[in-house]
Design a protein around this ligand. Structure first.
Ligand code: ATP
Length: 349
């Protein structure tokens, strides 16, 4: 178990600043996801923690000791990359035991540990298999077992499942989460996939252009985005800036979009808000309709729910409803969009 503290980490490549002022405390046994788009600095931060890259400035403390002072091979970090880099000339068991051999653990012990880990990742009986005779998912499990064999202080994973099909990816996400919980190892997992982060992280750290935009539990970053970027990146919000009138409806370009009765009731002026798709409702347009009217552009059947996308001039709104209660609108239909502003989230910045 290990507690990691990153303090003002900066990283420059020449004149390009890849990381700016990254500060983060990671609790012992916590499962952190670094989430962000391509080039935001996720891998660079992971590599700095692993010792594969050196920060330009800033401090890293592991259980109160300066981690930067420890050489890469002495950091006791278990890593799994997208490209697994299993050794093709070694069989499964030898791959898993390799790190222990390098550390001088005697043969009987390392083989015993390799067998135990094969059980843990659900591959008992695969010990003598050549790695070339494994499926993609089995190779991933071997890579995970190999990283865990050394009983790492920190377990780091860089997009480990991105090359796998959706079903297998979901299956392994659940397995890795259960395994991490069982072992209690402090884990940092890099992904650009918000659903993956939502499903496995204790805490999601959203990076943008080398800075932390927000760190919070999956529920916090989804429901309470602190910045417009986070709200956009989490991808599930209707984000717009209506004008609030105390005691009356909020107006988007002069048209009512909903009337708050709770916290936002007495707001006055323009605020940027996020409204989740499940808090929109759609109504048939009649002669009496005075609210916001959109045109249905897309209807997506997702099994348990139906998602309807509507456009209002240049804006897009997304509505979700459980399938058996979803209104029946087809592409091209017009519908009034009413927002439940008692469930709107005001984006602070
Ligand atoms: P992706 O999801 O695409 O892998 P990322 O968030 O992991 O992206 P990084 O690999 O950390 O991004 O890269 C962050 C930025 O730093 C990018 O703009 C990248 O081009 C740059 N960068 C990374 N390594 C180097 C390097 N060795 N020299 C110069 N620039 C680099």
């Amino acid at each position: 178990m290990a507690q990691l503290s990153l303090q003002n980490i900066q990283k420059s490549f020449g004149s390009f600043q890849a990381l700016s002022d990254v500060s983060l405390d990671i609790a012992s046994g916590e499962f952190i996801c670094l989430l962000g788009g391509s080039g935001c600095g996720k891998t660079t931060l992971l590599r700095i923690i692993a010792g594969l890259e050196e920060q330009t400035s800033g401090q890293m403390m592991l259980d109160g000791d300066d981690l930067s002072a420890v050489q890469c091979h002495k950091r006791n970090v278990g890593m799994v990359f997208q490209s697994l880099a299993l050794f093709p000339h070694l069989n499964v068991g030898q791959n898993i035991a390799y790190g222990l051999e390098v550390r001088g653990v005697d043969k009987a012990k390392r083989l015993e540990r390799a067998r135990k880990l094969l059980d843990v990742v659900g591959l008992s009986g695969f010990f003598d298999r050549p790695v070339s005779a494994l499926s993609g998912g089995q190779r991933q499990r071997v890579a995970i077992a190999r990283a865990l064999a050394i009983e790492p202080t920190l377990f780091l994973m860089d997009e480990p499942f991105s090359a796998l099909d959706a079903g297998l990816r979901e299956h392994l996400q659940i397995e890795v989460k259960k395994l991490q919980r069982k072992l209690g190892v402090t884990t940092i997992f890099v992904t650009h996939d918000q659903n993956e982060a939502m499903s496995i992280a204790d805490r999601i750290v959203i990076l943008n252009e080398g800075r932390i935009e927000q760190a919070g539990t999956p529920t916090e970053v989804y429901a309470c985005p602190q910045t417009r970027f986070v709200a956009d990146f989490m991808g599930t919000n209707n984000i717009f800036s209506p004008e609030f009138t105390p005691g009356g409806p909020a107006l988007l370009d002069g048209t009512p979009v909903g009337t708050p009765t709770g916290d936002l009731k007495d707001f006055s002026g323009l605020y940027t808000i996020a409204v989740r798709p499940e808090y929109l409702s759609l109504k048939a347009v009649t002669d009496q309709t005075r609210g916001l009217v959109g045109t249905v552009g897309f209807v997506r059947h997702l099994g348990a729910s139906i998602e309807t996308e509507l456009s209002v001039a240049e804006r897009t709104f997304v509505h979700t409803m459980v399938s058996d209660r979803a209104p029946e609108f087809a592409v091209g239909d017009r519908a009034e969009i009413v927002c439940d502003l008692d469930h709107a989230w005001v984006i602070p910045s």
